[in-house]
Design a protein around this ligand. Structure first.
Ligand SMILES: Nc1ncnc2c1ncn2[C@@H]1O[C@H](COP(=O)(O)OP(=O)(O)OP(=O)(O)O)[C@@H](O)[C@H]1O
Ligand SMILES: [Mg+2]
Length: 262
């Protein structure tokens, strides 16, 4: 199922005054089924807002989100959302956390257990089902968050800087786990990150956003076969292209700022 984002506009009224601040301006893109799209852009440009709109948690002022031919206006089970910091229920074990969404959906106990175990295995957490969140590391918590999304079998996974608080090594490892899950399940993924290396290593395509009012500044295809070598010259070339764009964008934004126009 294709995910189609068309003409998204969003402004927020600032808390200080009456004036509206334009955040997203006419954002349109399409993600084909099973594709992995990275989105990168300056802090505060509206990445989280965009992801929340795609998930149906937030409403755009204008524009539409279509999953297949269904318009998304509120959260649906077909779209999973993974936050920067996972929010696990501390009084439930890992397995019970993973089963939570299934309980809400009224799935019976046997089936819940079967699917929770399968999800644990998919994210390489077999054997940790009976641990409590306080007993596992940050990296493992993010794996649990991934398993919690996967267990309800969404078609699309939206990920908002899910690995940002992890150390480099754990981050690289979780990227591998995510790619493994993605290749195995064929999910469509939209992955937000500040990290150019991560965006390029993971994505089939990198959508680069400008600063506010935010438009799509550049779409960079990453036509590099997988499995990819992190240090390959091909990846490096794409990385450079994006870094150059971000630098130009910083300068443009700086000029706008000095002119007092934004
Ligand atoms: N509910 C809201 N009410 C008012 N302003 C909001 C609201 N949500 C977001 N904003 C503003 O919209 C802008 C974009 O926020 P958003 O969190 O989407 O940015 P971001 O690109 O995800 O930033 P970061 O990279 O720091 O995570 C910010 O200026 C923020 O203050
Ligand atoms: Mg954000």
């Amino acid at each position: 199922m294709e995910l189609k984002v068309t003409g998204i506009n969003k402004s927020f009224r600032s808390t200080a005054g009456e004036e509206k601040v334009e955040i997203l301006r006419d954002i349109s893109f399409t993600v084909r089924k099973g594709k992995f799209v990275s989105i990168i852009g300056p802090s505060g440009c509206g990445k989280t807002t965009l992801l929340r709109i795609i998930s149906g948690l937030e409403h755009p002022d204008r524009g539409t989100v279509l999953l297949g031919d269904r318009a998304i206006a509120s959260p649906v089970r077909d779209i999973g959302y993974i936050f920067q910091e996972s929010a696990l229920l501390p009084w439930r074990t890992v397995r019970k956390n993973i089963e939570f969404g299934l309980e809400v959906a009224g799935v019976d106990r046997k089936e819940r257990e079967r699917r929770a175990l399968a999800s644990l295995e998919l994210v390489e957490l077999t054997g940790f089902g009976d641990f409590y969140p306080r007993e596992i590391s940050g990296g493992m918590k993010q794996k649990v968050a991934l398993a919690m999304s996967l267990v309800v079998e969404p078609k699309v996974l939206l990920m908002d800087e899910p690995f940002v608080s992890l150390d480099c090594q754990t981050r690289s490892y979780l990227q591998q786990v995510l790619l493994h899950v993605w290749e195995k399940t064929g999910k469509t993924v939209i992955f937000i990150t500040h990290n150019v290396e991560e965006a390029v290593f993971l994505g089939d395509e990198v959508i680069c956003l400008t600063s506010r009012p935010t438009v799509i500044g550049k779409v960079v295809p990453v036509d590099i076969p997988r499995p990819r070598e992190r240090t390959s010259p091909e990846l490096n070339r794409v990385r450079k292209e994006i870094l150059l764009f971000l630098e130009e964008e910083r300068q443009r934004a700086g000029i706008r700022y000095r002119n007092g126009a934004g």
